[in-house]
Design a protein around this ligand. Structure first.
Ligand SMILES: C[S@@+](CC[C@H](N)C(=O)[O-])C[C@H]1O[C@@H](n2cnc3c(N)ncnc32)[C@H](O)[C@@H]1O
Length: 213
């Protein structure tokens, strides 16, 4: 993509197909380890959450189980249906929206105490927009939490995209998070154990920032 527009529509079909083919939640049912680590900090205290690209719902569901009021969004209708079914089986309610981050924006003025963007995999223009939306949606005193594969993951064909344009670097996240105070900005190798798809050594970025109260 070089003309400055974000291609819409193809992500939904691609991810619908992947979720339909999955016999079990591809990234597991437990929340992302990094998100969980931020949310159990002594100074966390969020009451509302927005989980962007929430897939079949592990992160949004866990936040709801922790007592937060959660809005979650994903482009895949198949993933969203599965997420709703799993929410109901676990007895939690999450406000779930099927929408494309290439075009979606929250209602004017709506903000959340924690905004999570965990493993949105897409081209740089989509990531850029999603990061901007995520950072702007953080309420005063609230948290932005991002994890994704870093550009170094391109040479590891076992997991994640192999096109560097679909992989993160810390600079793009920091620049979208201007106005927030960085709590952590990490890039390095970790051992993932999240479902069948995110398992093994991986090069990732992990980023947490807060909006001043
Ligand atoms: C690797 S999965 C991660 C799912 C979830 N965050 C998790 O950690 O379990 C990436 C998710 O991003 C969603 N996604 C991809 N492109 C998107 C877009 N343009 N708008 C919204 N969601 C998108 C996919 O449908 C998929 O559920």
């Amino acid at each position: 993509m070089t003309d400055g527009t974000i291609k819409t529509g193809d992500s939904a079909a691609r991810w619908d197909k992947r979720y339909r083919a999955a016999a079990e939640p591809p990234f597991g049912e437990a929340p992302n380890d990094y998100l969980r680590g931020v949310c159990v900090r002594a100074d966390f205290g969020a009451q509302t959450a927005l989980s962007l690209a929430d897939g079949d719902g592990r992160n949004g569901r866990w936040l709801a189980e922790c007592g937060l009021s959660v809005t979650a969004l994903d482009v895949s209708a198949v993933a969203t249906e599965r997420a709703l079914a799993l929410d109901s089986r676990r007895g939690v309610a999450v406000e779930r929206v099927t929408a494309d981050l290439a075009v979606w924006s929250p209602e004017a003025g709506r903000r959340w105490d924690v905004v999570a963007l965990i493993y949105l995999q897409g081209a740089s223009l989509l990531r850029h927009r999603a990061l901007q939306i995520a950072a702007a949606a953080v309420a005063p005193g609230g948290w932005l939490v991002v994890e994704g594969f870093s550009k170094l993951q391109a040479v590891r064909p076992d997991m994640g995209p192999d096109d560097p344009d679909r992989l993160y670097d810390l600079e793009e996240i920091s620049s979208a998070a201007q106005g927030l105070e960085v709590v952590e900005a990490l890039a390095g190798r970790v051992l993932l154990a999240e479902g069948v798809r995110h398992r093994g050594a991986a090069e990732v970025v992990r980023f947490t920032a807060r909006r001043p109260a």
